[in-house]
Every structure is written in C-alpha cells, then in structure tokens.
Design a protein around this ligand. Structure first.
Ligand code: GDP
Length: 449
C-alpha cells in the first residue's frame, strides 16, 4: 500500500509541483490535503507552463485520479476558472474529484481577510488575502459551508445566513469603509476595484450568494465525491497514492513560525486528516527543499540575505510568487531548519531543487547552527519565537561551481563541488538526497542512488 507524502521542507515554493509531477508517473491517485488557492505550483511540460492554485499537479496525466481532499478550502470561482483554463488548453478534467466535505471560501471570507490584514498595518501577516484564514476559522467555529451544501439550496441558504450573523458588525464596518472609498473615488467603482452602488456590498448579499453558489454546485456536481473512500480503494488495490502538500513545514500552523504561518497544517502528518486515511497508510515521506532558501511575506528568516548574492538568487531563481507575483526573500540554505523539518515530518528522502541557481555564487554557504542574542549556541531550531527572531546563523563554507549544469542527468555529470554540496546536506540532515533539480523543465533532474 504505497502512500507517498510530498511536502515542502522550507518556507514554500520549493518546486513541489515538479517533484509531484515526476513521482506521479507511477501513481494512480494524487491528493491535495490542505491549504487553498494561496498555493501555486508551476509545471513546465513540453515547453508549456501550467500554473495551478487548487488542482493537484497530477492533472496533466490523462490516466490519474486527482483529488481535492477534505482538508483543502475551496474557492469555487477559482476552481471553476482553473477547470475552464485546463479545458481550453485541451487537458481533460474528468478525473478530478472534490471532497464533499471540503469547506468553501465564501465572498465574505475574502473581504474579511483583506480587512484583517489592513487593520494589522505594519504587523500584518502577509496573507495572500484570498479568504483562507477566515474560512478555516469558520470551519473550526462550525460555521463553515461545505462543498456538499452547494447541492441543496435550502441548506445552503440557512448555512450562509448563520455564517453571516456573527460577522454583521465587521461587515457593516466594511460597508461604511467601502462607501467612503467609493465617494472619494467619485463613484468610479473601477478605481477601487469594487462594485458600484450605495447599499451594502452586493458580493455579500444573501440572495446573490445563494444564487451564485447554486450555479457553482450545478457545474461542480460531476466532480463531487466521497474522496476518502477513493483513496482507500486505491491503497487497498495496492496502487500508489500521492498526498501533495501545499505551502511548507515552517509555515505550519502548529509547528511553523507562528503567527507568520499559513492557516492549515502542511506537515506530513496532516495528510491523514486532510485526505481521510490512517497513519499506517503512509509508507514514504519526501521533503522538497531548494538548494538555498526563500520566504514570502513577513516572519523570521535567519539566513536572509540583503546583499548582491541575495539579489542574484532572486534573478537567477526567478523568485517571484506564482499566486501573488510577490518578490521572494532569499538566503542561504538553512540546515538547522531543514533538519527540524526532516524530524518533524519523518522525511525519508529529500528532493533538492534549483541547484542550477547556485551556479557562480560560490563559495556556497550552509547554515549549521544559530547564535542567540546572548551568545548561546543553538544547534536545533528554537521553539521560542523571540529567540528565533534574533538568532543569527553560523555558516559552513563549501566550494562553489561555475559550470552550467542544466544538461546534467547523471550524478557523475555534476561538478565535484555540486556533489559535495549535496552530500553535505544529506550527511547533516541524516537523509538521502534522491532527486536534484537542475532547471525548471520536467526532464532537468538528476536521480541519485
Ligand atoms: P511549488 O509551489 O513548491 O511547486 O513551487 P513553485 O511552483 O511556486 O516554484 C517553483 C518554481 O521553480 C517554478 O517556476 C518551477 O518551474 C521552478 N523550478 C522547479 N525546479 C527547478 C529547478 O531545479 N531549477 C530551476 N531553475 N527552476 C526550477
């Protein structure tokens, strides 16, 4: 029963999409188990670039079932947009299944997310403002709307009404703000990218929302399924099921750098809850990490560089977000954090991506410990937020390489320094590096023994 979990081992954007795409070749089913459309995977296939925010990366295969698990929060507009985009590109979506238990991101979640971030001002978390946090909050409050609710207008109306009730105050404040902004913009709604009109925001009018969502339900109905059972059936038939994480370990709601984290659990253990399988269904865990480190949004990032090397990492690695276009913060690979991720997820194998980006940046540095503000040596990832915030990394320096490696396909074709760099990572973290990325294309990888 091979259940393979693939998760990000850093702060996200490690190139999980490509690794899932590669490992999916032997799988029958690919399941996303958490997060929402704040994730973004880019896969380059035959020169064509595909970007996904919700749909699992395996959709490009014709013969695989792709599942959006119960742990995912689904914005139906975004999902239907992706389905339409794939259809236009000639990619079939018949095998896309959506858990009836997944929660829906509603228009008021998006508005509240934006309002929350604006209110926090310079203390904002840096969310993607897609409504994901407020949606998970409603799930925990038992006020969520689930995918299955789209199929029953009466239930849908009752549930939306109940969900709106405790938000009235916040939504009223938003309405006042909106009217003020519209007035300032001279009723030119486009200038503030909001619908015109004097009354309450039409996007959160109960009647409009119910009508819209019933229509979404009609379109999504063929995809709605009991997806946990789909996974059991595949596992029981000895097929390989891949559980695809979004975001990454250090953004985990419980184990990451709270509060600068995502609102779900991207660690491997969450695959069980988010897909509906048992812990012993998981037979292998792959961690994906870049050969350096990046982070989007606010929060501690000990190895962040503010110099020319950091700029070159941004340029050479094209470090701009798939979902938001935001420039990513860049720095050297943090092996203290990576070792933490290895243990937390019980990673069996590492995929190190974007090794090609380090070309010409030697000598290469790897963070092997931190030093606290008081001068204490920290060999492991500090659980205390204040310590992490002020920790400075200490580095080991390794030789760099200047050769172009995009054409390498075998370990021995990689420059000596690149191989030593990978060996150092494996030795330090205690797990083998099994896959190395040497360029964005699907075939630009080196499999290691
Ligand atoms: P994900 O969310 O973890 O899948 O990561 P993203 O898709 O946001 O970012 C990864 C980016 O790096 C994509 O644009 C990939 O095409 C690209 N990429 C993946 N692997 C490699 C690699 O080995 N080298 C280079 N240069 N780019 C890569």
């Amino acid at each position: 029963m091979p259940g393979v979990v693939i998760i990000g081992a850093q702060w996200g954007d490690e190139g999980k999409g490509k690794v899932v795409d590669l490992l999916a070749a032997d799988a029958s089913t690919i399941v996303r188990f958490q997060g929402g459309n704040n994730a973004g995977h880019t896969i380059v296939r035959d020169g064509e670039e595909f970007k996904f925010h919700l749909i699992p990366s395996g959709i490009l295969y014709e013969d695989k079932t792709c599942v959006i698990g119960n742990g995912v929060v689904v914005d139906p507009r975004v999902l239907l947009g992706e389905i339409d985009g794939l259809r236009r590109a000639g990619v079939g979506v018949g095998d896309l299944k959506i858990s009836a238990n997944a929660h829906l991101i509603m228009p008021y979640h998006v508005l509240l997310d934006t309002a929350g971030e604006t209110k926090l001002g310079k203390h904002s978390i840096g969310t993607t403002r897609r409504g994901i946090g407020p949606c998970y909050a409603d799930k925990a409050l038992r006020l969520g709307i689930r995918v299955q609710d789209l199929l029953d207008e009466k239930i849908l109306r009752t549930k939306i009404r109940a969900a709106l009730e405790p938000k009235q105050q916040a939504l009223r404040e938003l309405s006042v703000l909106r009217r003020k902004r519209l007035k300032e913009a001279g009723e030119d709604a486009k200038a503030v990218s909001e619908p015109a009109g004097d009354g309450p925001d039409p996007r959160i009018d109960l009647h409009t929302m119910v009508e819209e969502h019933v229509a979404y339900g009609h379109r999504l109905e063929p995809h709605i399924a009991d997806t946990a059972k789909l996974c059991w059936d595949a596992l029981d038939a000895d097929e390989t099921v891949i559980f695809e994480g979004a975001q990454a370990t250090l953004l985990d709601l419980d184990h990451g750098t709270y509060p600068f984290v995502t609102s779900s659990n991207p660690v491997a253990g969450a695959a069980t809850v988010g897909a509906g399988v048992g812990p012993t269904d998981i037979t292998e865990v792959w961690g994906v990490a870049k050969a350096y480190a990046t982070r989007v949004g606010a929060g501690p990032f000990p190895t962040e560089l503010h110099d020319e090397t950091g700029e070159r990492m941004v340029d050479q690695g094209r470090e701009f977000g798939t979902t938001t276009g935001r420039r990513r913060r860049c720095g050297w690979i943090d092996l203290v954090a990576l070792r933490y991720a290895v243990r937390l997820n019980r990673i069996d194998a590492l995929a190190i991506t974007k090794l090609d980006v380090l070309r010409g940046l030697g000598p290469l540095r790897v963070a092997v410990r931190y030093r606290s503000r008081e001068g204490a040596v920290l060999d492991s990832f500090p659980y205390h937020q204040s310590i992490l915030h002020s920790a400075t990394p200490e580095y080991e320096e390794l030789p760099g390489f200047d050769e172009e490696i995009g054409e390498c396909r075998k370990e021995e074709e990689l420059p000596r320094a690149a191989r030593d760099f990978l060996a150092y990572i494996a030795e330090f973290t205690g797990v083998p590096v099994r896959l190395v990325g040497v360029g964005p294309a699907r075939d630009q990888v080196v499999w290691l023994d």
